[in-house]
Design a protein around this ligand. Structure first.
Ligand code: NAD
Ligand code: IPM
Ligand code: MN
Length: 369
């Protein structure tokens, strides 16, 4: 059995609580199914700042670069509101994304059948929903220069962020969108704001050219990102793959989370380009939600987004497709049984804490094997 090297970065707030449930799965898969996972742990976010003044150390960065995959919990919280911008908790995550060149962020929004009534939208709007938001993750306004606050000297300051995209960055994310669409319902909707942004004009043009050159079998539509947000809550099932930039993707995926019942349900995979020789790619898997300081330490966080992120890791980093399917079935099945963390609670259901939800998924996985 090949060794599968995982770096676990639990982070802050509910990050470690959710990661503990994935650790149980890893231990069970090693013990009962000889999965060969070898895990190491590192510090990221506020806990790393507290330990050594950086939001991720060079040593942990090296571990991330050397791992087959990184599992990431969540970072941030009010405790670190006052720390210098460069070392704020979120900077650790941004460094991982940039240095590992994780340009493709897959954020699937799937409404599990048992949760159709849990969404804040009408059940018929979300029932059977299975869409994928593909967010560009290493460019745009998150990383563009200049990025600064300058003193104008007249009692005024100016805050500057710069939205920048080069052709190659748009081409490669568009390529991933079309490739993914071919494995799904073969439709891509590209979202930008070419009506006000130069980067939006280029985005639309490059996506269209990439489509024409190599992917004309896939259905392509374009939508302004603000209208896209509206359409996501009006009739989300019109979409298959949505490809968009870093900032729009951040916002639209939080919107999409509520179509599935809770932000605690949405997993993600952040992938780099496949290595030309080996075909392997750098990858980090993380829930879409944050450290949820309002519920941290109470044992009530929903661990499903983190567990489903591990399912994506099995699928994309280790080609363990059967195991990934089984884990997703186990999640669906505990929800069918009526188990709910508080964020998903509705009448007639059984409320469980983080640990009990994790235990139920582990037991179900074993039962389905
Ligand atoms: P958040 O995602 O942490 O929380 C938003 C709301 O959703 C809260 O009410 C929270 O209780 C709830 N929620 C989130 N995840 C949940 C779960 N698994 N189970 C149950 N409820 C859940 O967003 P926020 O409050 O805007 O941000 C808090 C901190 O997290 C900030 O410092 C932010 O920068 C950071 N953040 C980090 C990440 C990340 O690490 N990937 C992502 C988003 C936000
Ligand atoms: C996310 C988060 C991050 C982002 C933060 C924590 C840097 O909101 O992954 O969605 O803005 O990308
Ligand atoms: Mn976000």
């Amino acid at each position: 059995m090949a060794t599968r090297k995982l770096l676990l970065l639990p982070g802050d707030g509910i990050g470690p609580e959710a990661m503990a449930e994935v650790k149980k799965l890893i231990d069970m898969m090693n013990a009962d199914f000889n999965a060969g996972f070898e895990t190491e742990e590192g510090l990221v976010g506020g806990c790393a700042y507290d330990a050594h003044g950086q939001s991720i150390s060079d040593a942990d960065m090296d571990k991330a670069m050397a791992a087959d995959a990184v599992l990431f919990g969540a970072v941030g919280g009010p405790k670190w509101d006052g720390v210098p911008y460069e070392v704020r908790p979120e900077a650790g995550l941004l460094r991982l994304r940039k240095e590992m060149e994780l340009f493709a962020n897959l954020r699937p929004a799937i409404c599990y059948p048992a949760l159709a009534a849990t969404s804040s939208l009408k059940p018929e709007v979300v029932e059977g929903l299975d869409i994928l938001i593909l967010r560009e993750l290493t460019g745009g306004v998150y990383f563009g220069e200049p990025k600064e606050i300058i003193d104008l000297g007249n009692g005024q300051k100016r805050g500057i962020d710069t939205q920048v995209y080069d052709t190659y960055e748009i081409e490669r994310i568009a390529g991933v969108a079309f490739e993914l669409a071919r494995t799904r319902s073969n439709k891509v909707c590209s979202m930008e704001k070419h009506n006000v942004m130069k980067s939006g004009v280029l985005w639309k043009e490059v996506v269209a050219n990439t489509h024409k050159a190599k992917y004309s079998d896939v259905e392509l539509t374009h939508m302004l990102a603000d209208a896209g947000g509206m359409q996501l809550v009006r009739w989300p099932k019109q979409f298959d793959v949505i490809v968009t930039d870093n900032l729009f993707g951040d916002m639209l995926s939080d919107v999409a989370a509520m179509l599935t019942g809770s932000l605690g349900m949405l997993p993600s995979a952040s992938l780099g380009a496949p290595d030309e020789k080996t075909g392997s790619r750098k990858a980090l898997y993380e829930p879409v939600h944050g450290s949820a300081p309002d519920i941290a330490g109470q044992g009530i966080a929903n661990p499903i987004a983190m567990i489903a992120s591990f399912a994506m890791c099995l699928r994309y980093s280790f080609n363990m497709v059967e195991e990934a399917d089984r884990l997703e079935k186990a999640i669906a099945s505990v929800l069918e049984d009526g188990l709910r963390t508080r964020d998903l609670m509705s009448e007639g259901m059984t409320e469980v804490g983080t640990t009990a939800m994790g235990d139920a998924i582990v037991a179900k996985y074993k039962a389905l094997a």
